[in-house]
Write a protein that binds this ligand. Structure first.
Ligand SMILES: [Zn+2]
Length: 162
């Protein structure tokens, strides 16, 4: 039974995560550790044959719960451990990125967030420019109205003189 489950530990806690069979080809899913910059140290579970089945540990545990491969206290412990690990891994990644030197990979959540911030900045600048333009138009309109009043008064005076 050593190949049908994996012991996942975090913060002194240790839980057994069953390795289920791929829902498509029934091969036993395998346990991997990501070594990409974005997900360094993240555990994922994958069908060894193809991309039939692929989940990060937290989503895999969620899948096990949804499909009753894990129930009761085992399910609670596995989900709690997976959530704590995810938090710690996310914090570790944020620390790495906060340290500078890292490049945002396009298409990932962090990249999208910074792109959205840039767009918001541009629209703020555009809004300020529009407000400035509106103020200029308002000043010109006031000057025009004042000029019209002066012309009307002058016309009135000249008509009274006749
Ligand atoms: Zn498969």
């Amino acid at each position: 039974m050593s190949t049908s489950s994996v012991r996942s530990s975090f913060g002194g806690r240790s839980v057994v995560v069953p390795l289920i069979r791929c829902p498509l080809c029934t091969a036993r899913v395998k346990f991997y550790v990501s070594n990409t910059e974005k997900h360094e140290g993240w555990v994922f579970y994958r069908c060894p044959v193809s991309d039939h089945f692929w989940h990060w540990e937290l989503e895999y545990v969620g899948y096990l719960l949804d499909n009753h491969f894990l129930v009761g206290n085992e399910a609670v412990d596995a989900l709690g451990t997976a959530e704590d690990k995810r938090e710690e891994l996310t914090r570790a990644r944020n620390r790495r990125y906060a340290g500078g030197g890292a490049v945002d990979l396009p298409g990932f959540e962090d990249g999208r967030r910074s792109a959205g911030g840039g767009a918001a900045q541009i629209s703020n600048q555009q809004a300020e420019a529009l407000i400035g333009l509106a103020n200029q138009i308002l000043v010109m309109m006031k000057a025009l109205v004042a000029a019209l009043i002066v012309v009307a008064v002058l016309l009135g005076i000249s008509m009274l003189k006749k």
